[in-house]
Design a protein around this ligand. Structure first.
Ligand code: DAH
Length: 339
């Protein structure tokens, strides 16, 4: 009996299989109710007492070897099955999440494209600026409130180094470096010392426009802005200019567009006025031209400036400015269809 069991152990150790069915047949042969192991246990029962210890140990060894062999062969076959699944080229692929552009970047691009089509170049400038480019060269009087710490983030005082509060500073940089005719739009991030709320933020984006040439008139300004409003908000859009004040333009105006939601009839977005305020503009003040060494007796120009957040709010009906900065995917994913 000793020899018989040892042979079975050898057989178990060298057994190999290519299919689950072969393993199952092997299991039935040895481990089923009427299998080899049961038979051997029957023989074992009638052995003389002194042989029982040794044979019993061998029998257990055979049982364990069989079980181990079966388990490891099953594992092997199982992992081969998964590997071959990966190579199944007919399986559908895993979808890759496509990102989307941020609404600010969508609107920024749209504004720049509209002006590029009528010959405006794109120019940029630094976010950290000095007093000259943000205030002095733009005709801000020394006591103007924007020069106060309450409105502007200063990095250093005397000489003043600060975060630009508007992209009008780029106008000055362009005038320093180019001679008329000048036709440029300047996008950028601006900073103001304001409490954050649904309608205000300490960081936001603007696009500045500047056109300087001989004989540029207020009619040119109005016509350019009408073209812009129609391109941005639709062919039926109307504009109106309300008198206003900026230190760097004279005369100055604020431009409203007819409400694109109610078509001018009045709704809660336009606060029942039919109009939405969109940008500030005006004829470049001769002082600004002269300060920047452009002959104001020969050249005239117009300028305008707008907040991108505000325009994106009107275009996409976004009600809270803070959404732009929170990177909430539920918000951002809504723009995935806009290129
Ligand atoms: N810089 C102004 C602001 O930040 C916007 C502005 C108004 C720019 C009139 C202009 C302009 O160029 O002519 O509020």
């Amino acid at each position: 009996m000793h020899n018989k069991i040892s042979k079975f152990i050898q057989e178990a150790e060298s057994f190999s299989a290519e299919t689950i069915e072969q393993i199952e047949a092997f299991r039935i042969k040895f481990l089923s109710k009427k299998g080899v192991i049961s038979e051997l246990f029957e023989e074992f029962k009638i052995l003389p007492g002194e042989q029982k210890k040794e044979v019993g140990q061998l029998l257990n060894q055979l049982k364990n070897t069989l079980q181990d062999r079966i388990n490891s062969l099953k594992d092997q076959l199982g992992s081969e099955v998964t590997t071959s699944n990966i190579q199944d080229l007919s399986l559908p692929g895993t979808a890759i999440n496509q990102g989307s552009r941020h609404p600010i970047s969508i609107v920024r691009k749209e504004i720049l494209d509209i002006f590029s089509r009528i010959g405006f170049t794109v120019s940029e400038g630094p976010e950290i600026e000095d007093d000259k480019h943000v205030f002095s060269a733009l005709n801000f009087p020394p006591e103007h409130p924007a020069r106060d710490m309450q409105d502007t983030f200063f990095i250093e005082k005397n000489p003043d180094i600060l975060l630009r509060t508007h992209t009008s500073s780029i106008q000055v940089r362009v005038m320093e470096n180019t001679r008329p005719p000048i036709r440029t739009v300047s996008p950028g991030r601006v900073f103001r010392n304001e409490a954050i709320s649904a309608r205000a933020h300490c960081i936001f984006h603007q696009v500045e426009g500047l056109y300087i040439d001989e004989k540029v008139s207020f009619a040119d300004l109005k016509q350019t802005l009408l073209y812009f409003a129609k391109e941005l908000f639709g062919e039926d859009t109307k504009i109106r200019l309300r008198p206003s004040y900026f230190p760097f333009t004279e005369p100055s105006a604020e431009m409203d567009v007819s409400c694109n939601l109610c078509g001018g009839k009045g709704c809660n977005v336009c606060k029942y006025t039919g109009w939405l305020e969109v940008l500030g503009c005006g004829m470049v003040d001769p002082n600004v031209l002269d300060f920047n060494n452009i002959d104001s007796s020969k050249y005239t120009g117009f300028a305008f400036g707008m907040g991108i957040e505000r325009i994106a709010m009107l275009k996409f009906q976004i009600r809270d400015l803070r959404l732009y900065f929170e990177n909430d995917l539920r918000f951002l994913e809504q723009f995935s269809s806009v290129v």
